[in-house]
Design a protein around this ligand. Sequence first.
Ligand SMILES: [Fe+2]
Length: 182
Amino acid sequence: MSHHTTVAGELSAAPADPTSPAPAVRPIDIVAGYARQAAASLHTVEFDPVSRWYRRLHAADDHEVWLLSWLPGQGTGLHDHGGSSGAFTVVAGTLHERSLIATPRGRGAARERLLVPGATRAFGQGYIHQVTNTGTEPAVSVHVYAPRLTAMTIFESDAGVLGRPGTGPLTRLRVERSGEDW
Ligand SMILES: [Fe+2]
């Protein structure tokens, strides 16, 4: 398994609420350990053809860890992570990620990447992405958020598509609670 970590944004960004302490845990520091555990227990991962399957592996006051599975074709909408920073590691299969760099004017320029087992993406607050299993094999990934994910905004998915950088503005579709989509 190759180990390749890429980072988006400032990982130690100040919390949205300046009166709350910054999380003691940085997702990028602990995601690899959970990914190793998940790789050793892949037989416990389930796959749901109707709705993407997920299991919370750990919840603490200042962070949480989720195990997700993705059948070919399954994916998320274009979303942010509220006030959380995060990191995720692909454990099995291949995931395609499209990320947006939002500017102060609300426009996004897209990047796309294929994430193979061992690949980690780490991101700070304000990161917007869409993750899809575009491969032919089931995929598994581990996701860490700090602080805990509470709500996330879902955006119109064709905003800032590759080849049309700067097209926008981002259209907010809805806000979802943790556990529904990420
Ligand atoms: Fe996400």
